[in-house]
Design a protein around this ligand. Structure first.
Ligand SMILES: *Cc1c(COP(=O)(O)O)cnc(C)c1O
Length: 358
């Protein structure tokens, strides 16, 4: 079995070795050191300010999205939500559920986010924050960070970014783009087990956490901040994943994050070229290096049947697309422990499946 999915992804040997060890006790100096070190490495990798805070949550990415929404936004806000797929819809749903006034910026299927679309909201003085999944994983679209960043700067509103599927695949730079809050998660390009998510809060959001009292105990950021200062968490964290994280971050730092992004970009480019040569296509809007949606012409074969054959005959797992798109496309990820040869083999497998019909 080989995973070409967005998450979980193929893990490194070191990660699997750590994952197979006895979980140690954690309310001690030794574990605090691991947390504090990992926190510093995360800050360096996303270029966060020195006085920002990194909070470790034992939750999947959606838990971190919800925690971010309820700790930093309130009924006094008007939040612009970029809604171009299922993850954007999730942010909208979270605002709705927690009675946070929001305006959804609907991105029609297949279209890219442009300044024209945002300009409709430029004159709205009530907007206080923008929520976006910078790589909308359900469609593959990588939104224009400069565009969103300058919109937020002009409006003086908060810029809160879910970079769960973009971190390590595309450039993520908090200072450069004026990002106030960032969310990352363990099971995408970090290539760890699912269950650990991290939020990075700049001063602007730390100030808000001080004022907002969300109705939650498990996700109360004030509690996490007090604990984070001494390298701890209020409740039992995903201890083993934090050990995996420290090792992985050290290795990323040694390799250089730019080299990792470049390597992912090369794999994406190689795959997309191969897809074109097979007569298949992918969307024309800007794509994240993390994945490629592969579009099947109905005359060729349904995406679903190719998906099934890949699994059955080769043990290759790709990401099926949901809903209306299930027959038309699947998504192939380029993150995790994959080599160029793996991508070559996947292309050959797709080729032999679709050529059978000719
Ligand atoms: C994977 C992902 C999440 C997290 O989803 P979970 O299933 O809760 O882990 C959130 N946002 C984006 C953009 C993602 O790709």
């Amino acid at each position: 079995m080989k995973l070409f999915t967005v998450g979980p992804v193929e893990m490194n040997e070191e990660t699997k070795r750590i994952g197979g060890c006895q979980v140690p006790y954690f309310r001690n100096e030794e574990f605090s050191e691991v947390v504090l070190h990992s926190t510093q490495l995360i800050k360096n990798l996303v270029n966060a300010s020195n006085n920002s805070q990194v909070l470790m949550l034992t939750a999947s990415g959606t838990g971190a999205m919800e925690a971010m929404v309820i700790n930093t936004l309130s009924e006094a806000d008007t939040v612009l939500v970029v809604k171009g797929g299922t993850f954007g819809a999730r942010f909208s749903q979270l605002c709705e559920l927690h009675s946070i006034p929001h305006i959804d910026v609907e991105i029609p299927a297949g279209e890219k986010l442009t300044r024209d679309i945002l300009d409709k909201y430029s004159a709205n003085k009530e907007i206080t924050a923008l929520l976006v999944n910078i790589h909308e994983t359900s469609t593959g679209q990588l939104y224009d960070k400069s565009l969103l960043s300058s919109f937020c700067r002009e409006k003086g509103c908060l810029f809160i970014v879910d970079a769960i599927s973009s971190f390590l695949a595309d450039e993520v730079d908090m200072k450069k783009y004026g990002i106030d809050g960032l969310i990352v998660s363990s099971q995408k390009a970090l290539a760890l087990e699912p269950g650990l998510s991290m939020v990075v809060l700049e001063q602007s959001l730390l100030d808000r956490v001080n004022k907002i009292n969300p109705k939650t105990m498990y996700f109360d950021f004030s509690d996490y901040i007090t604990n984070a200062n001494r390298g701890q968490t209020p409740f039992t964290p995903a201890v083993q994943i934090i050990y995996e994280l420290e090792q992985r971050l050290e290795s990323i730092e040694a390799e250089g994050i730019d080299n990792i992004i470049l390597d992912t970009a090369r794999k994406a480019e190689f795959f997309r070229k191969g897809i074109k040569e097979l007569g298949l296509s992918y969307p024309t809007f800007p794509l994240s290096n993390a994945e490629t949606p592969v579009i099947f012409d109905s005359k060729v074969r349904s995406a679903k049947s190719v998906y099934n054959e890949l699994l059955l005959r080769y043990g290759y797992v790709v990401n099926p697309s949901g809903g209306d798109l299930a027959d038309k496309q699947f998504r192939v990820a380029h993150i995790g422990n994959l080599r160029m040869e793996d991508i070559q083999e996947l292309l050959l497998a797709i080729k032999s499946i679709i050529e059978e019909d000719k």
